[in-house]
Design a protein around this ligand. Sequence first.
Ligand code: F6P
Length: 318
Amino acid sequence: MKRIGVLTSGGDAPGMNAAIRAVVRSGIYHGLEVFGVYRGYSGLIQGEIKPLTLRFVGDIIHRGGTILHSARSEEFRTEVGREKAVQQLKKYQIDGLVVIGGDGTFQGASKLAKYNIPAIGVPGTIDNDINGTDYTIGFDTAINTVIDSVDKIRDSASSHERIFVVEVMGRDAGDIALWAGLAGGAESIIIPENPMKMDEVIARLQKSLESGKKHSIILVAEGVGSAVEIAKQLKQQGMDTRLTVLGHVQRGGSPTAFDRVLASRMGAKAVECLLKGESHRMIAIRHNEVISVDFAEAIKQKHQPIMSLFDLSKILSI
Ligand code: F6P
């Protein structure tokens, strides 16, 4: 193997740049040439490919977003699109690919097996919704962003003795709500994996009002449905309620030290795997060890959050 490519695809996540840096620098350290593919699979199809140097990836470890840009490509889902992408890889003599992204990114990469293009996935998504790895790059930064906002909201909730419903991202997964809810001391956490009934939310709020709590934070994962509806129902109960939808603020910002270290370890491991001749595997961290697992484990099995955190938050928020 002489030349590898690296791309970022799907929703951006803080720490993707640190992962790109690790792929480029460890690749060059091991004698490889590393090419950057811009705009994910769309850019691959269009041939937006340029060599990356040691200095080009300087000063990016602390930056959010991705210097390679990201996209979700419909064309790559088609055989015709993938064939165009393979032609580009051949044209640039790229012998292996590191793809940084979520499960959609890995599904795309797994289709390259048919064309004998070795591909290694690095999990980069704020959602932490990939099976087979304890953490994904960007999750730690995102939950820190959420609790920063929740702490601020709590100040206002406390001053006005109000209830705040805060909607967070996560697509179909509840990890962001769960972790940020526990860390931010939320009174209720509503996640798709264990959707709390409105009756229960209201009963918990009433109980805490009776016990002297004057304000409450309710964290809702977007995958549950409408936080607007939840806030509306609380208002209908006569509760002074406000709604905050955090949105894409959760995807930005400088990555935490945890995400930078995770991204560095995972990026370097991806290069190591390609050099060892591994293919169609995802880099994962389990019990603080960086390993590789089959793409199938990441793609075919559904991720489950640590539900004991949910039970604990219920105990600690009484
Ligand atoms: O996968 C990351 C994520 O931010 C999800 O949490 C969210 O549902 C989705 O991407 C939003 O995607 P987009 O930026 O394309 O609207």
